[in-house]
Design a protein around this ligand. Structure first.
Ligand code: TXA
Ligand code: MG
Length: 320
């Protein structure tokens, strides 16, 4: 495995690795993806092995532009065209009925497929040069914090990836929003980097299905996900240390009024902005998780816009 800057030569090499059935970690605007040729079932099987991901958890397929959607989907309805037209490239994944082109392993044998066009120049160059759709989950071991830098990928998956393209820090910092367009009404399967408010402004009201933990529709809905190894507790109000021996860390939304007693403090948004907080979330969690703490106290963020995605990740991180 090598980590390399995303030069033209490196992207060409990455494309040829994809062509040979290998695995390439690459930046997107949301998080780093672990990519393989989506039309090559053996290559996709390696994604599951490397991530230790259960086979029932389907993959997101990345394409260069909306015109490729028709290759992968049996039906592209009006809502899909509208959303793709407004938000692609961008942090939005659409679930639609799959075409026969998509191998069963990619969709965990579901008859639907999740597709998106990433808004990252390195990802788009890689997709173009590869000439094939790329299946890519987040490039982390299953259930752990998602990577927003090439270093996170290196630490977590290291030798098991053929090449890591370093495109710097991910701009959005949380995964794409997933909308299911296969039912009568659109449904939110995962809150993410595009706000529900923005989506509803285009297609009207979106259902938020009740989650049944024993039978998740999207495995991102598993109660424990995005988790640090360190215990994490969400505390409302200004968290004050109760004392004791424990080495505690603080994950604050705004600049906290007092930080005495904390062994480590991360502030998600000095500017008091949920977008900035989302961009900093996983990096801050990685640092706290590496700070040899006994517990992480996390301050809740306002639950609108990208705050919905942040709170979703924090709640799952707290369910260990
Ligand atoms: O931002 C992102 O979406 C990142 C980057 C790399 O693009 N990818 C990502 O993939 O977050 P992953 O595998 O970590 O999450 C994919 C989610 C899973 O929860 C999966 O269940 C859901 O997408 N999904 C995939 N196909 C689906 C389908 N046919 N129906 C419902 N959910 C699906
Ligand atoms: Mg993931």
């Amino acid at each position: 495995m090598r980590v390399t800057g995303a030069t033209d030569e490196a992207v060409s090499e990455a494309a040829s690795i994809i062509g040979q059935g290998g695995l390439v970690a690459f930046p997107t605007e949301t998080v780093y993806g672990l990519g393989a040729d989506a039309l090559n079932p053996m290559a996709c099987a390696r994604i599951f092995e490397v991530k230790n991901r259960p086979r029932f958890d389907p993959l997101i397929v990345h394409i260069t532009d909306v015109s490729r959607l028709h290759d992968l989907c049996a039906v592209v309805n009006t809502r899909a065209s509208e959303l793709a037209g407004v938000f692609w490239p961008g942090p939005l994944t659409l679930v639609l009925p799959k075409s026969d082109l998509v191998p069963g392993i990619v969709t965990a044998e579901l008859d639907t497929v999740a597709v998106r066009v990433p808004a990252n120049p390195v990802a788009l160059r890689l997709l173009e040069e590869s000439g094939t759709p790329i299946a890519a989950p987040s490039a982390n071991p299953f259930g752990y914090i998602s990577p927003t830098t090439a270093q996170h990928v290196e630490e977590q998956l290291g030798e098991r990836v053929d090449l890591i393209l370093d495109g710097g820090e991910c701009r959005v910092g949380v995964e794409s929003t997933i909308i299911d367009l296969t039912g009568e009404d659109p449904a939110l399967l995962r809150a993410g980097g595009l706000s529900l408010e923005d989506i509803e402004a285009v297609i009207g009201s979106v259902d938020i299905p009740a989650v049944h933990p024993e039978k998740p529709i999207a495995p991102g809905q598993l109660p424990s996900h995005y988790s640090p190894r360190t215990r994490l507790v969400i505390v409302s109000g200004d968290p004050v240390l109760v004392g004791g021996e424990a080495r505690a860390g603080l994950l604050a939304f705004r600049t906290p009024t007092h930080t005495e007693g904390y062994a480590a403090v991360e502030v998600l948004s000095p500017e008091d902005d949920v977008r900035e907080a989302a961009a900093n979330l996983f990096g801050a969690l990685h640092r706290l998780d590496n700070a040899d703490l006994d517990i992480i106290y996390a301050e809740p963020v306002p639950e609108s816009g990208l705050g919905r995605a942040i709170m979703d990740r924090l709640r799952r991180a707290a369910q260990q």
